[in-house]
Ligand binder design. Sequence first.
Ligand code: FPP
Length: 246
Amino acid sequence: MTDSDELDLDNIPSHVAVIMDGNGRWAQKRGLPRPLGHRQGVESVQAIVRAGGELGVKILTLYAFSTENWNRPAAEVQALMGLLKNFLQSELKTITENNVSLRCLGQRERLPDEVGNVLDDAIARTAENSGLILNLALSYGGRNEIVRAIRQIAEKCRQGVLAPEEIDDKLVSAHLDTAGQADPDLLIRTGGESRLSNFLLWQLSYAELYITETLWPDFRKKDFIAALAAFQKRQRRFGKISNQVG
Ligand code: FPP
């Protein structure tokens, strides 16, 4: 399936999260250095942000750089930071014109200043936009996010402004980087691996998982539509039995 006509536009997942894997393999298959795979991956980012907005996705969360990615060779980390900065600068106009609101998940403070400053600027300039929310997970790790939330909650308990009995799912969600946003309905992972890689560990509890062998630099609108179509064939039961969900 490659045609959006075949999608049920009343059943588009509100929040789609993506593990953009396979850039390195894409480059290696062509005898190219790995950063060129990441560069090609930026074109997929542009295509999927556009497609998400067109198809009525409300929130798109992209795993652009994990806490563990800091351990890659310095040249690759540098190349990724450069691509992020260029993307934020060169796409700002398009993002703004398309009413996209940019957000960041993760440890903003670990980013080099030249990336962090451009990111802050892009977030501020698009804050009032009412269209697609684009979450970029940068220096992001699901466990780190949960630890940061626990620390904030513990601090409130210590100060006496919160009682431990008041801690529930909603309160924990409200202390995560995705506070105020619905959880992902669909997780897409490109590159064929079947793991979560420390991504949105709390928020993905009831997400449908869609894993494709397609490498991220090859993943374009038709592949995104195929993922949404697969989602539309799933029956989401949230722990209930089939008869209860109709
Ligand atoms: C995983 O592929 C991908 C990443 C670590 C980085 C993803 C970054 C981009 C797509 C470009 C920059 C992002 C934005 C938002 C502009 P891998 O290198 O682990 O691939 P492999 O598994 O084939 O080695």
